[in-house]
Ligand binder design. Structure first.
Ligand code: FAD
Length: 364
């Protein structure tokens, strides 16, 4: 038996993969207490656009995970169920400063081995006629896709349920103990071999309370909007300087996102609402036709070096396995994270370079 603590996208994906490989799984979550990150997530699957100059290892991992998403795309029924769309991304230049910046990005993407295309105003408007006509150009990045995190979560839960496993609701688990043949969650003992900590931004606190281990975590609050456009407005994912937009299959636009360090406070504040609406107002035509559907906030689980924490904490026990810290990339990285965790549990070898995401990098 393997315990998964946390039923966000990471915990669910791991559960789904383990069950498919014939492993026994129990999943626990305390979602009434926390605003999990997936609720606000936009669901971009765009490793190239997310890449940073000093994060080459992470970029390679995102690319590997993206190739798993690309395999899912071959299954039309599955893609429809989870709102997985093969489209591309356009980085929009709204002024000449933006244009210089996207030219620099083009060079950077080329160094990564990815060819993007600089488009003129006319070429951009031909692809996306609903953009404001005062844009000055764009950078076209092919095959930088999206998935609907809500559909994805429902799909994962229903697949997990089909193996006879239900997600168990718990109060706030405060302490874990690893015993010889069992694992204790507060005062409940469970006969289990392994425990996977997939509690997103809350994982570190739990490890601190349970094992007095500190992993340098930063919760990054994010707010996004769901807007009803009433029709298909954009074919591709659109990235403006401060906000990005995906058109979902049901005419809903998901627009993200703010990013601030406000501890674990997930209440939506007026400055966040202002930031999003101001940028939408600057970049979108015909605002009067857009209807607000929902506003969501979530806490991104950040780690100081920008990389996730995946693997056993060897100094405590091989049975204590981390899967958190995915920051802005948790949806994109969920499939590869689940594969890595399965390999650890099944003791399979793989050729993935692990040092940069191993918990051991913190000299525990
Ligand atoms: C605004 C916004 C936009 C984003 N856009 C994207 C995007 O476009 N693409 C992308 O790839 N990523 C995106 N992300 C990031 C992505 O959503 C996260 O990286 C990912 O959802 C993290 O998943 P998780 O399962 O680790 O954590 P969470 O989704 O936070 O889930 C953790 C779960 O653990 C539970 N839990 C916590 N403590 C305990 C405990 N003690 N006991 C039991 N359960 C516990 C919580 O209740 C929660 O259900 C975005 C995030 C935000 C906020």
């Amino acid at each position: 038996m393997n315990i998964i603590l946390g039923a966000g996208i990471i915990g669910l994906f791991i559960g789904y993969n383990l069950l498919k490989k014939g492993q026994k799984v129990e999943i626990f979550d305390n979602s009434e207490y926390h605003n999990a990150a997936w609720k606000a997530s936009v669901g971009m699957l765009a490793p190239v656009i997310e890449a940073k100059t000093d994060e080459y290892d992470l970029y390679k991992l995102m690319t590997k995970s993206k190739s798993i998403w690309d395999n899912f795309l071959l299954d039309n029924r599955l893609s429809k169920k989870i709102g997985l769309k093969k489209n591309s991304s356009l980085l929009i230049a709204e002024n000449y400063d933006d244009l210089e910046k996207i030219k620099i990005k083009k060079k950077f993407f080329k160094n990564l081995g990815f060819n993007s295309q600089l488009l003129s105003v006319n070429e951009t408007l031909k692809i996306e006629p609903e953009l404001n006509s005062n844009i000055v150009g764009s950078l076209y990045c092919s095959n930088q896709n999206q998935v609907n995190p809500f559909f994805l979560r429902n799909f994962l839960i229903s697949e997990i349920n089909s193996f006879g496993v239900n997600i168990k609701k718990l109060g706030e688990v405060k302490k874990i103990r690893i015993l010889k043949n069992s694992i204790e969650l507060d005062n409940t003992q469970i006969n289990a071999k392994n425990i996977i900590i997939a509690c997103g931004a809350w994982s570190s606190n739990l490890l601190k309370k349970s094992f007095n281990i500190s992993l340098p975590t930063i919760p990054f609050k994010g707010v996004s909007l769901l807007i009803d456009a009433g029709r298909e407005l954009f074919k591709n994912n659109i990235w403006f300087k401060n906000i990005y937009v995906t058109q979902r299959s049901d005419n809903i636009l998901s627009i993200g996102a703010t990013e601030q360090q406000r501890g674990f406070d997930d209440k939506i504040r007026m400055d966040e609402l202002y930031f999003l609406t101001k940028n939408i107002w600057q970049s979108f035509p015909e605002l009067e036709n857009l209807k607000l559907v929902d506003i969501k906030s979530g806490i991104r689980p950040g780690i100081v070096d920008g990389n996730p924490v995946i693997g056993s904490i060897e100094c405590i026990s091989e049975k204590l396995i981390c899967a958190f810290g995915h920051y802005r990339h948790g949806i994109l990285l969920a499939p590869i994270t689940a594969e890595i965790i399965c390999d650890i549990i099944l003791k399979n070898k793989n050729n993935i370079h692990k040092d940069f995401f191993s918990p051991q990098r913190f000299n525990l």
